[in-house]
Design a protein around this ligand. Structure first.
Ligand SMILES: [Zn+2]
Length: 313
């Protein structure tokens, strides 16, 4: 069990340009304080390397990478009403993507069967050529693309349980036959994509699965979707690697959305994924996305890691 992060991920602070921004360094501090209080659940901790430009360019055109680098080196600024990059955000973004990449390398080297990449900024809203929704680069997508391009993997299953649709990841892999992207998210909120009818296109037709759920949905809605629809579809895809876009903003205490998962719901989802992946012989890596109530976030990450590591929930 391997946990990856880097101190530079604490230096990215959107509040420098967007006061009151919820995606704040305290999120990662709360996670790590809670993990420390649980003696890190026995997980190995490792500092993430910086993702290379070549890795980022597996899913983002070079012009996008350059734009972010130039913005940061010029002192930074708001990219849109939600998304900010400051001077320190460049290194944070590289370490955040690098955490997902290094976790994936460790999983595929067989060093560990489960991992958690706790970087920030998050990633799943970043489109190929556009930072948005607090995200600069799509960390989970970079890691999936790396696994396929360089680590000998042919099929990756990305499960996105953040309460928001992972539009960036969906767009990046929409036409690809080697990534199955499945998302449960609250319908009708940011970013507005993720309709059930969006199923992928071209060679990727059928390999995008969106399950929008209404406000108020609790685990009675979420767990059957995962167990009865998404995991069977993933089983048929025969993935060799499972990556979770692990946001925790579907928690009932989260201020940004209106779903009603409990802390234990995340453990149940993680346990279902872990058990399924064990049947497929695939390792599982979680990549941190959203989650904005500090206590709910920290407790849910601990519960998720405990379940991934095989502890009963
Ligand atoms: Zn989210």
């Amino acid at each position: 069990m391997l946990y990856l992060s880097h101190p530079a991920c604490l230096e990215h602070d959107p509040r420098e340009g967007l006061p009151g921004h919820p995606e704040r360094p305290e999120r990662l501090r709360a996670i790590e304080a809670a993990l420390a209080a649980h003696e890190w659940l026995g997980w190995e901790r490792r500092e993430s390397p910086a993702a290379s430009t070549e890795e980022l360019e597996l899913v983002h055109p070079g012009a996008h990478v350059e734009r972010i680098r130039d913005l940061c080196s010029a002192g930074g600024g708001a990219i849109d009403a939600d998304t900010f990059a400051g001077e320190a955000s460049w290194e944070a973004a590289l370490r955040s993507a690098g955490a997902a990449c290094e976790m994936t390398r460790a999983l595929l080297r067989g060093e560990t069967e489960v991992g958690f990449a706790a970087g920030r900024p998050p990633g799943h809203h970043a489109e190929p050529e556009r930072a948005m929704g607090f995200c600069l680069f799509d960390n989970v997508a970079v890691a999936a693309a790396l696994a396929i391009a360089e680590l000998g993997i042919e099929r990756v299953f990305i499960l996105d349980w953040d309460v928001h649709h992972g539009n960036g990841t969906a767009e990046i892999f929409r036409e690809r036959a080697d990534v199955l992207f499945a998302s449960i998210h609250q319908g009708g909120i940011f970013p507005g994509t993720g309709a059930r009818e969006e199923t992928g296109s071209g060679r990727g037709e059928g390999l995008t699965i969106n399950r929008p759920v209404p406000a108020g949905s609790d685990e009675g809605v979420w767990l059957p979707l995962l167990e009865d629809e998404l995991l069977p579809a993933a089983a048929a895809f025969e993935p060799q690697l499972v990556l979770i876009s692990a946001g925790f903003d579907a928690h009932r205490d989260d201020p940004l959305a209106e779903c009603r998962l409990e802390t234990a719901s995340f453990a149940r989802m993680a346990g279902l994924v872990r058990a399924a992946a064990a049947n497929w012989g695939a390792p599982v890596g979680a990549v941190l996305e959203g989650g904005y109530d500090l206590d709910a976030l920290a407790d849910s990450v601990v519960a998720t890691m405990a379940a991934l590591g095989g502890e009963a929930s």
